[in-house]
Design a binder for this molecule. Structure first.
Ligand SMILES: Cc1cc2nc3c(=O)[nH]c(=O)nc-3n(C[C@H](O)[C@H](O)[C@H](O)COP(=O)(O)OP(=O)(O)OC[C@H]3O[C@@H](n4cnc5c(N)ncnc54)[C@H](O)[C@@H]3O)c2cc1C
Length: 395
């Protein structure tokens, strides 16, 4: 590949793959390096709000995503103990209102569709089993130091994009930056066949149950064939970096009968396998890049999942990066700083809002009572309007 239009992207997660496709659509050549030997179908459900689905649609992926997505009709918010619905946010006019749909999907399915599109694109060279270990900036751009097993090599490009996730190596290479902090929450995740849950839970609805120090989210994924379940609890114990197996009995103990209605516990009894996932986030970083290097996605702004925007922000970053690099005839470093400037305020707001949302979800006693009254008083329409700033985004 000629270095003059070549951009190196480190990490083929949701952000790296989207960035690669968006850059290729703007006639860049992309060398996409992923440390994993295979892109496995890992993870659980991901919500793709209109701000993210708009980008994926713009990349021409609608048809490929269609068999995998579910378009929820509403978010139903219930109280854990009584199962009473306190608010219902209707999604039936989302496409009309925001010009793009609201989807839910399994992370593995989304990554597989993006991966397929990347390998079919002649302007993207995907190197699996290749870690970007370090980089050197110079007058002509950047040289990335690659590791492939025991062998090492270099790749030159006009820019390097660190899309290497929450534990980003490239972020640490940038210099002193805060490390992600454990936020005393554990997410228990499971995926089950749809026919194993009660009919009401198979409907295209995102269910959110609010309990004291815990909440539960579940919705159909894989075109409705499976149900994604995420149960989040306050937890002082930090588990290893990524997910670790957990036992059903432990989930049922944490979501005990005094605090949780029968229907919720019945659902939590279904999965044979659970994975535990410690939750981390980070204060907004002082810097995302230097010279011809920048960060995107979780590498740039690790966030808690309570606003369901981790993948969406990575997708927005990818599209914005490609636009900034292509819209003016200017030095690459200037375009990258403009990209960072455009993204920092919004992603910091999402990080902050995600944290506050988690606190609100887990209230107990009189504060929970006040929250519930507010939810009921506002009603679905007003609650949705509070997210206009998030969903009505365009690159
Ligand atoms: C395995 C996995 C499962 C997830 N499951 C969920 C989920 O169920 N629900 C949810 O909301 N969010 C989930 N997330 C988080 C969510 O996907 C992210 O918020 C969002 O996708 C951000 O994407 P990203 O591309 O920034 O980072 P990631 O999706 O984390 O991707 C980073 C990629 O970079 C690769 N990488 C790391 N270091 C290097 C390096 N030095 N060189 C080359 N490659 C490198 C990693 O192997 C990974 O493929 C998951 C993330 C991962 C990695």
């Amino acid at each position: 590949m000629a270095a003059s239009r070549t951009i190196i992207v480190a990490g083929a997660g949701i952000g790296g793959l989207t960035a690669a496709l968006a850059l290729a659509a703007h006639e860049f050549r992309v060398v996409l390096c992923e440390q994993a030997e295979r892109l496995e179908e890992v993870g659980a459900g991901i919500q793709l709000s209109p701000n993210a689905s708009r980008v994926l649609t713009g990349l021409g992926l609608t048809e490929k995503l269609a068999p995998h997505i579910v378009a929820p009709q509403a978010v139903s918010i219930r109280l854990a103990q009584s199962a009473r619905e306190v608010a219902r946010i209707a999604f039936d006019d989302v496409s009309f209102r925001y010009g793009a749909p609201y989807w839910v999907i399994h992370r593995g399915d989304l990554q597989a569709v993006l991966h397929e599109a990347a390998i079919a694109n002649p302007d993207i060279a995907l190197h699996l089993g290749t870690q970007v270990h370090d980089f050197a900036l110079h007058a002509h751009g950047v040289t990335a130091e690659l590791r492939h097993g025991v062998t090492a090599g270099n790749e030159r490009g006009i820019a390097l994009v660190g899309a290497d996730g929450v534990w980003s190596t490239l972020r640490t290479r940038l210099g002193e930056t805060p490390r992600p902090q454990f936020r005393n929450r554990t997410a228990w995740r499971a995926l089950v066949d749809a026919e194993r849950v009660r009919e009401a839970f198979r409907a295209p609805i995102v269910h959110l149950w609010l309990g004291q120090d815990a909440h539960l989210v579940h919705y159909p994924v894989c075109g409705g064939r499976r149900i994604n379940i995420v149960a989040i609890v306050v937890d002082r114990e930090q588990h290893v970096r990524w997910s670790t197996p957990g036992r059903r009995e432990e989930v049922l103990r944490l979501f005990g009968p005094t605090g949780w209605a029968r229907a919720a516990r019945e659902l939590l009894e279904v999965p044979d396998e659970w994975l535990k996932w410690s939750l981390f986030d980070c204060a907004p970083l002082p810097s995302w890049g230097r010279g011809a290097m920048t960060l995107i996605g979780d590498a740039a702004h690790p966030m808690l999942p309570f606003l369901a925007q981790g993948a969406a922000m990575a997708i927005e970053d990818g599209a914005t990066l490609a636009k900034c690099l292509s819209e003016k005839d200017e030095a690459v470093a200037t375009a990258l700083r403009r990209f960072e400037h455009r993204r920092r305020k919004r992603t910091a707001r999402v990080q902050r809002t995600a944290r506050k949302t988690g606190d609100l979800y887990h209230l107990g006693g009189p504060l929970a009572f006040a929250r519930n009254l507010t939810l009921m008083a506002l009603g679905g329409e007003k609650l949705r309007e509070r997210y206009d700033w998030l969903y009505d985004w365009r690159v």
